[in-house]
Design a protein around this ligand. Structure first.
Ligand SMILES: [Zn+2]
Length: 349
């Protein structure tokens, strides 16, 4: 374990944390999101069958989960490789690829992409949300789940010798199910032993992130070394946001590039625009949380790749950073968010 201390573990091995550079802390390069298919509205079936035509692109952006084809990101390894080369050119250094068990993590492909592109890729250990847990996972004890997660970090995942460098994204819904609670406890136990970074996908309710933190903390997890993902679709009230921020996790805004009127999974949610995300970052910076913010795009569907008219993995570097600077976030603070905070988080204790 001491071997990992002070290092970051990528799919190509251990690296010095200073080598990472600008880092997106929540992305997917190859995965399937079939688990979360959402049937199209009546009358839209024909469009959903044939989505990648120019006249359907707006529909697809608004209904990205209502088309089977769009959920198969793993079919686009070639396009993703091109995207990663563009990401490097735009000044990107590293990507946390937090696809976990349940949404088709593919370690050999991640390793190949890292080799081909020179982007540091950090893979995720553990399990996604309840509906993707296998019967075996549901029956497995916390102790055994802990062993599996630790082994994915120390020895390799999915029968390979390619190692994960972070636990997560660990999937939870709302309310949190028994099986998800077990995985959260195993995550905390593994983190306590490894001193490693953890990243959580919370349920779509403002109370969900704090409840996850409570469970992790009770099981011995290190909240300062834990990222809470998807705050942009979870906590909308500034007062509630500050209450949550006090608990000490990293605060992740990771749906940059997603702008939609109706969020299929929770219609009561008003998905923010990128401008509103930047406003949230500026607010948190003003409140003194510049050391706790991390950002990403969480690309998990095909339509978000540039190949299909999407924003791609370089959107934050190319479009969001200039906007952050125009909204009063200093270059020094931008560098903290993109370089220093991910580095601190990803370094094993
Ligand atoms: Zn994700």
């Amino acid at each position: 374990m001491s071997k990992l201390s002070g290092k970051v573990q990528t799919v190509l091995g251990l690296v010095d944390p200073d080598q990472l550079g600008r880092t997106m802390t929540h992305e997917h390069l190859t995965m399937s999101f079939e688990c979360c298919y959402f049937p199209p509205s009546p009358g839209d079936e024909a469009v959903a069958e044939n989505p990648f035509q120019m006249q359907h692109m707006y529909w697809l952006r608004q209904n990205q989960y209502s088309c089977h084809e769009n959920l198969l990101l793993h079919q686009e390894v070639g396009a993703v490789r091109e995207e990663l080369l563009a990401y490097r050119k735009a000044g990107g250094g590293a990507i946390v690829e937090n696809t976990t068990t349940g949404i088709e993590r593919d370690m050999p492909t991640l390793k190949q992409l890292a080799k081909d592109t020179g982007v540091h890729i950090i893979a995720g250990a553990g399990y996604y949300v309840d509906c993707t847990h296998s019967e075996t996972t549901r029956k497995t004890s916390v102790e055994k789940l802990t062993d599996i997660i630790i082994s994915e970090v120390l020895h390799g995942a999915d029968g390979t010798d390619i190692r994960c460098g972070v636990i997560g994204e660990i999937g939870t819904g709302w309310p949190i199910t028994d099986s998800e609670k077990k995985v959260l406890k195993a995550t905390a136990h593994a983190q306590a032993q490894l001193g490693c970074p953890v990243i959580i996908h919370p349920g779509r309710d403002p109370a969900a992130p704090a409840e996850v933190v409570r469970i992790l903390q009770e099981a011995g997890g290190d909240i300062r070394k834990t990222v809470m993902s998807h705050l942009d679709r979870t906590i909308f009230d500034n007062g509630e946001l500050l209450e949550f921020a006090k608990l000490g996790s990293y605060l992740e805004y990771d749906l940059f590039g997603v702008e939609m009127l109706n969020y299929s999974y929770n219609l009561s949610v008003d998905m923010p625009s990128d401008s509103q995300r930047v406003q949230a970052l500026a607010f948190l910076v003003k409140e003194g949380y510049e050391d706790r913010i991390v950002i990403a795009h969480d690309i998990h569907t095909k339509n978000r790749l540039t190949k299909f008219g999407g924003h791609g993995y370089s959107h934050i570097l190319k479009n969001i950073v200039p906007k952050m600077l125009r909204r009063g976030i200093s270059q020094h603070q931008v560098d903290k968010i993109l370089i220093d905070n991910p580095k601190e988080w990803l370094t094993f204790k």
